[in-house]
Design a protein around this ligand. Structure first.
Ligand code: SF4
Length: 226
């Protein structure tokens, strides 16, 4: 069964490639095609030999979601994407255009178990967590669709990122890696409703990542109500 190459961290991929007899620099080449050139078909990665392209095509695929809908604001170019995942589930991502940068808001789950009363995602229920690759793919796919270089990433789409902690942290590391998207940790924010133990864990695991806490209400009583 083929594996989504976006689900692998850089070091994991180096190990996978070495099992196939491929050197570390082959990972650099493949990541360059995917993250920089936005080429998702191994057969189009022309600095790989035919033999290596075939080898990779037989074992991996680049898990880019299918674009179902894209709405662009006539006022400020804000772009909303609806993606279909491999299993048919759908998620949303948004691009925000500022004078000096482009910010991506990305999803971390299909649906959300938190069920905030005011939120359409919460009301639609929880389906599953996204894999690290499915999180990363939203960034790459939006860059390709809108031909932009995303300068900031906010985990603020569908889902509560701290309820998918391991995959979210892995996706941050992949996006931050200098051979990949190479986005600074300081330009990545995680928005949460506030799960205390995960806030502490994140401070240890990714101390440079920004945290945004959505309180929604001034008291715990009111927060529990909504
Ligand atoms: S945590 Fe976020 S995504 Fe989940 S229900 Fe609340 S507002 Fe919606």
């Amino acid at each position: 069964m083929k594996k989504n190459i976006l689900d692998f961290s850089y070091e994991e991929l180096v190990e996978e490639f070495s099992k196939l007899g491929l050197e570390r620099f082959r990972v650099d080449q493949v990541w360059d095609w995917i993250f920089k050139k936005k080429v998702f078909d191994f057969n189009e990665m022309t600095n790989l030999s035919k033999e290596h392209r075939t080898l990779l095509s037989e074992r991996f695929y680049v898990g880019i979601p299918e674009l179902l809908d894209m709405q662009v604001s006539k006022i400020d170019k804000t772009t909303k994407f609806l993606w279909q995942l491999e299993d048919g589930n759908t998620i949303e991502s948004v691009l925000l255009f500022h004078p000096d940068r482009v910010t991506a808001c990305i999803s971390s789950q299909v649906g959300c178990p938190v069920k905030c009363a005011f939120c359409a995602t919460g009301q639609s229920g929880y389906v599953r967590n996204l894999s690290a690759g499915e999180i990363v793919a939203q960034v790459i796919a939006m860059e390709k669709e809108r031909r932009v270089n995303i300068g900031n990433i906010v985990y603020m789409g569908m889902g509560e990122p701290f309820l998918n902690y391991n995959e979210v942290v892995k996706s941050v590391r992949i996006l931050n890696h200098k051979k990949g998207k190479n986005i600074s940790m300081r330009r990545i924010s995680i928005s949460t409703v506030g799960i205390p133990e995960k806030i502490v864990q994140l401070a240890n695991d990714l101390p440079e990542v920004k945290l945004a806490i959505s309180l929604h209400a001034p008291t715990n009583y009111k927060r529990d109500m909504i």
